[in-house]
Design a protein around this ligand. Structure first.
Ligand SMILES: [Ca+2]
Ligand SMILES: [Ca+2]
Ligand SMILES: [Zn+2]
Length: 340
């Protein structure tokens, strides 16, 4: 792990702004953006909040993903009496080991992500005032380039089919991986989903594990839950049978798996509604059976979400139950429409 830290600062991975990863427009200059907080501040010392736009279209995101030492477009709104001369630093969360003492930086210079991978909160201060900006964790990734011979820190990822090709489309390998540890695996990426929910289901004894995940998928899943409830179909819990799949786990394709499966890119999931937690699709259409007709109910919600949010468009397929699993629905956010 120590080797990571020194290498991270030198990483040449392409910058991705949080705005881009959220699929939202980058906000204007941060410290200058001042507006009243709606209602009374939750705490006496709360002068800053993260703007609603950062919580996704669902309003349910609880994390942003970024690479180390990159500009971060974290939109802040200030109380009327915002302090002058604001500084920021990073607070390490959930077992993240801070790479030495992190200094304070003037907010007016713009926010730059921490120099190591991990999970962080922004801390603001000015004079005697200080505030941790809660509600959104900043999760910095391990650069893709640190993967060697298919392994990252002992975790077997394998090789992406497009690795080594010069391409910037949706099939280019992910820019980096979230390091998941026993301490941080329960970190929420949104109201209903945690990091652990999306891990490849193998190498159970190996830690840390690594995860490629696109928040557009998480946002979409939250929106599908909201849409189901709006349709009168109770959806309080999605079970994720499969989220991220490493290339070595996905395999070369065939046997029902695509060679360029979106699961390898972190924007796909195989899900069902499981309010009762029995591990099987709930009876969503009320016909007394748990089968693909309940999957079609989820698909209808996906259609409505995509119609309202074309930037989250993607693939959807309803799968029949088999000897090893019940019915499920594949949902992804690949950027163009696909149905099967
Ligand atoms: Ca169930
Ligand atoms: Ca049913
Ligand atoms: Zn799938």
């Amino acid at each position: 792990m120590k080797a990571f830290r020194s290498a991270l600062a030198l990483s040449a991975a392409a910058a991705v702004s949080v705005g881009a990863s959220l699929g939202i427009a980058a906000p204007s200059a941060l410290p200058a953006a001042r507006s009243s907080l709606r209602g009374a501040p939750a705490r006496e010392d709360e002068m800053a909040r993260i703007a609603t736009v950062a919580f996704g279209r669902s309003g349910k995101l609880r994390a942003v993903f970024a690479d180390p030492v990159r500009p971060l477009d974290l939109p802040l709104v200030w109380a009327e009496n915002s302090p002058a001369d604001v500084w920021y630093t990073w607070q390490a969360l959930s077992g993240t080991r801070s790479p030495g003492l992190l200094g304070r930086t003037r907010l007016s210079l713009g926010i730059v992500t921490p120099p190591a991978n991990g999970i962080w909160h922004l801390r603001l201060s000015s004079g005697a005032w200080a505030q941790d900006v809660d509600g959104l964790s900043v999760i910095t990734r391990v650069p893709f380039d640190l993967k060697r011979d298919g392994y990252l820190n002992g975790y077997h990822i394998g090789r992406y089919p497009t690795e080594g090709e010069v391409r910037a489309d949706e099939y280019a390998p992910p820019q980096g991986f979230i390091e998941v540890t026993p301490e941080n695996q329960d970190t929420r990426v949104s109201e209903h989903f945690r990091l652990r929910d999306f891990l490849t289901k193998d190498q159970f004894e190996v830690w840390p594990k690594y995860l490629a995940l696109d928040l557009r998928l998480v946002d979409k899943l939250e929106l599908v839950m909201q849409e189901l409830n709006a349709m009168g179909v109770r959806a309080e819990r999605f079970a994720i049978m499969s989220g991220y799949r490493t290339p070595q786990y996905n395999g070369p394709g065939g046997d029902g798996r695509a060679r360029l499966s979106r699961h390898m890119y972190g924007d796909a999931s195989d899900v069902w509604v499981d309010n009762d937690g029995d591990g099987r699709m709930d009876d969503l259409n009320g016909d007394g059976a748990s089968d693909e007709r309940d999957g079609e109910v989820i698909r209808r919600a996906v259609e409505r979400v995509e119609a309202a949010h074309p930037d989250l468009i993607g693939g959807c397929g309803v799968y029949l139950s088999s000897d090893t699993h019940g019915p499920f629905v594949h949902v992804d956010a690949r950027g163009f429409r696909a149905r099967w």
